[in-house]
Design a protein around this ligand. Structure first.
Ligand code: URA
Ligand code: SF4
Length: 208
């Protein structure tokens, strides 16, 4: 199967998935969207109200801000891949449970392997935790990590900046680095940590 075929197979499975309790209350599952050859992939948390209605990622207020951020760095939404760690809306937009994250993870892993983007941007703490467990987003946002050859840049969730206007500038500054990171992705060396063990919070970097 080529990358496009993998993505459409994943989407079909997600749309009829009942692997976790989130399938019970969803209207539409939200597999993700974008071209199979995208150089950059954005991974959010979970569908919200509007995403659940439309079956598309980031179409509500946070999505509008994401569109503006992309436009600000000369990227078009149609040219990036956008998805979430959990593909169905948690009731009332509650946080996803560990069991739900675990049940849904294989879909995201297959999407990442198919797209093989130059850069993965994690939006918010749940997608950050997939790659950089135990890290604090306030400490590592905007900092690129290269793990198993994959460049990952953790960023604040756009919704956080909507609730906390002072974060807007921070998110914009982190986004401003992306074009350069896409260009340089291949040259950036694997992240190695030379800090003493008690400071090595991103030590258990794990991909897939
Ligand atoms: N917030 C997310 O994390 N994902 C969406 O798709 C929409 C809002
Ligand atoms: Fe399946 Fe993921 Fe939806 Fe749970 S959240 S039902 S694992 S697609």
């Amino acid at each position: 199967m080529n990358a496009e075929q993998v993505l459409s197979a994943v989407a079909q499975e997600v749309n009829t998935c009942s692997q976790c309790p989130l399938h019970l209350a969803r209207r539409k599952a939200v597999p993700g969207e974008g071209p199979a050859n995208a150089e950059i992939m954005f991974i959010g948390e979970a569908p919200g109200f509007h995403e659940d209605v439309q079956g598309r990622p980031f179409v509500g207020a946070a999505g509008q801000f994401l569109d503006e951020l992309l436009e600000g760095i000369g990227l078009k939404r149609e040219n990036v891949y956008i998805t979430n760690v959990v593909k169905c809306r948690p009731p009332g937009n509650r946080d996803p449970e560990p069991e739900e994250l675990a049940a849904c993870a294989p879909y995201l892993d297959r999407q990442i392997q198919a797209i093989h983007p130059k850069v993965i941007v994690t939006l918010g703490r749940f997608s950050m935790a997939k790659f950089v467990p135990n890290a604090k987003i306030s400490q590592i946002h905007g900092q690129p990590f290269k793990v198993h050859g994959q460049l990952v840049v953790p960023m604040y969730h756009p919704a956080a900046a909507l609730h906390q206007p002072s974060l807007r500038r921070v998110v914009e500054a982190d986004f401003a680095q992306l074009p350069e990171l896409i260009r340089r992705a291949a040259e950036i060396p694997e992240t190695t940590l030379e800090e003493p063990p008690e400071k090595q919070q991103p030590k258990q970097l794990s991909l897939f």
